[in-house]
Design a protein around this ligand. Sequence first.
Ligand code: SF4
Length: 384
Amino acid sequence: MRARALFRYNRFRVNISARHTRADATDRSDLRDLTLAELEAAVVAAGERPYRAGQIASWIWRRGANSFDAMSDLPAALRQTLGSRFTLASPEVASVRRSSDGTRKLLLRLSDGEEIETVIIPGENRVTLCLSSQAGCAMGCEFCATARMGLHRNLTTAEIAGQIFAARRELDDSEEITNYVFMGMGEPLANYPRLIRTLAAMTEPWAMGISPRRITVSTVGHVPMMERLVAEIPVNIAVSLHATTDALRDRLAPINRRYPLQELIAACRRLPLKNRSRVTFEYVMLAGVNDSVDDARRLVKLLHPMRAKVNLIFFNPFPGAVLERSPREAVEIFQGILRRGNLTATIRESRGLDIAAACGQLYAEHHAAVAQPRVSESSSEIAR
Ligand code: SF4
């Protein structure tokens, strides 16, 4: 009994000390967590004129400065004051894996030791950056390696944006990021306040000035936030669908138990997308699970008459996954049925198969000893 009590006490102490470490690390805000108005207020509070905020924004958002000393056109006293009140963190690159197809997967370590993944995906005339919005994820999707981590925490605006600057440093000389997709670790709409601040900084002229059309936010079906997001910032929306019946979607993407298919599709139909691109639906092809002719026909019926695009994705297997990728022939038959049903349907080839590019897989490999017990926990939760 005594030993068990001592163990519990020690575990309590460890938890307390972990919380303190995290609190200490985040006591000061990161400059990239601030809006322009907040940046101006900080500059004025430091005894300077508001226009200095624009100079600082240029340093942190356009030039990717990762130290106060780098801001050479600011007075030394202002740099010092900012340095005493704010941080300007840059995620540490813990590992980079480069695929034979040019895909690069970065494992980034944050200031409290959490690790997240960011993927650079070169294509024809484009380079896409896949961003994470949370460390881990609470959504429990059966086909996803990140689900096995559970949710560790939300990322801050600075941490989401920090991935862009870390990725830029890994680009080849001829490369430039052209497109941004929130399809990495986490459900972006479950971290809405930080997501919206990040998107504002990415798109507004005072910060990065990227066209919203070049940004896609993917959701597994967080219905209440979808309409709000599109109304606030006109980015593209991709919905991870993966099933055509509630019974199957309840299993593959458990959020369906809260927002079932009809409710999700109705929300997609209501999205204010006039004169803008269609909703994209992501559909991971799983052998013998969701890839039948009947599934394809149900999908046509489900989406009719919406202006929709369906991306058929080859499943990227990861260690311990019980699901298998559909054979190419089945995917092509599926695509043919969608096309005859007046849907735009494209087949997405898997990228970076040789570098553990499935979302959450690189993290899982780095934390194999910790991740393994969570496999059975997560699986049994989904099976219920
Ligand atoms: S697919 Fe996306 S929403 Fe689902 S568990 Fe993985 S990261 Fe989370």
